[in-house]
Design a protein around this ligand. Structure first.
Ligand code: ADP
Ligand code: MN
Ligand code: MN
Ligand code: MN
Length: 371
């Protein structure tokens, strides 16, 4: 079977260079009902100075598993602006929250409650850093670069690998890194992962709600870059059964107090609180995560909570350097690669900083059907 992807990059270039005479393209993006990302574009005739200058918009939620056909309008409320690395110039990406016709947040909109929690605890200075792992597939749904009908050599040479046969698609990773930096996402690094054709990018540290925003836009950019290369991105936590690593979203956390000398006391307090709500956290740490949290492949079992210094087989790890200095941050290793980052950062804030009356992350996921 030959490829159906035709690269028209050279032809497209002459159109990309047309002067736009002040018209701005604003790509509105949102999280859909399948935990994917959707987008549509609108022309603006004036450069927006802030989020308030951007009009609310809508889409057909019955086509994105976000609304029934007989009441299908879902509203897009702009909440953050990024530079568009694909169109450049004054063109922008507009991250949006989804709202229903009756004025309630759409069931996919976990950002709304998360933002309330972050706002209520803003004086704590909570920072997050997420390590997003993902896997590359070709258009025929084979892991990219793996031999047809077979497997590559066992894991070992691929993590942070260098050289042909050890890494695949470094071009996509490089393009995504640069495009994310250009957009204004706080991407802090990349590395090749343990399973061949699996990679990771890190976003953070980001304060409060910005973690979910930057991660969502960074995922969007990755899907878009991969389109150019005819490659599919999978965020499934266990893309291949067997002796191959799964994919996670390790979530690193600190508060102002944890980052000061003596902060270890507050890190330990937070970990104790996390241990008491293990089940509630696991419930929102990604679909199919039980296939990944087996106790093998650098994970802890989903069944019980554990923590340790420099222990990559624990639910929560305190980095060695943090233990040595006595302050810093901790790493929650449980979240899967397909998490909703607002749910995860929201419940962590709720557990370690305290709940607030009108934003209960766990109740929210129970009343809203799983994605
Ligand atoms: P690992 O050794 O687990 O692979 P990485 O280097 O991939 O670690 O990722 C570390 C993450 O921790 C990054 O996303 C970074 O932004 C985040 N991080 C660093 N310092 C802090 C901090 N004080 N608070 C929260 N996150 C932090
Ligand atoms: Mn990492
Ligand atoms: Mn990793
Ligand atoms: Mn990690």
């Amino acid at each position: 079977m030959s490829s159906t992807v035709v690269s028209n990059a050279k032809i497209l270039e002459k159109y990309m260079n047309l002067p736009m005479d002040g018209s701005i393209m604003a790509e509105y993006i949102w999280i859909d009902g399948t935990n994917g990302i959707r987008s549509k574009c609108k022309t603006l005739y004036k450069k927006p100075n802030s989020i308030e200058d951007l009009p609310e918009w809508n889409f057909d939620g019955s086509s994105t598993e976000q609304a029934p056909g007989n009441n299908s309008d879902v509203y897009l409320r702009p909440c953050a602006i990024y530079k568009d690395p694909f169109r450049r110039g004054d063109n922008i990406i507009v991250l949006c929250e989804c709202w229903n016709n009756d004025g309630t947040p759409n069931r996919t909109n976990y950002r709304h409650e998360c933002a309330k929690l972050m706002e209520a605890h803003s004086d704590e200075g909570i920072w997050f850093g997420i390590e997003q792992e993902y896997t590359l597939f070709d258009q025929f749904d084979h892991v990219y670069g793996w031999p047809t009908g077979g497997f590559p050599a066992p894991q070992g040479p691929y993590y942070c690998g260098v050289g042909t046969g050890k890494v695949y698609c470094r071009d996509i990773v490089e393009a995504h890194y640069r495009a994310s930096l250009f957009a204004g996402v706080k991407i802090s690094g990349i590395n090749a992962e343990v399973m061949p054709s699996q990679w990771e990018f890190q976003v953070g540290p980001c304060e409060g709600i910005r973690m979910g925003d930057d991660l969502t836009v960074c995922r969007y950019i990755l899907h878009r870059v991969a389109e150019d290369f005819g490659v599919k991105i999978s965020f499934h936590p266990k893309p291949l059964a067997g002796d191959w690593n799964g994919a996670g979203c390790h979530t690193n956390v600190s508060t102002e107090r944890m980052r000061q000398p003596g902060g270890m006391k507050y890190i330990e307090e937070a970990i104790e609180k996390l241990g008491k709500r293990h089940k509630e956290h696991i419930a929102v740490y990604g679909e199919d995560n039980e296939l990944r949290l087996t106790g093998r492949h650098e994970t802890a079992s989903a069944a019980s909570f554990s923590y340790g210094v420099a222990n990559r087989g624990a639910s929560v790890r305190i980095p060695r350097s943090v233990a040595k200095e006595g302050y810093g941050y901790f790493e929650d290793r449980r979240p899967a690669s397909n998490i909703d980052p607002y749910l995860v950062t929201g419940i962590i804030a709720e557990t370690i900083l305290g709940s607030i009356p009108d934003a209960d992350m766990v109740a929210l996921t129970k009343e809203h059907p799983s994605k």
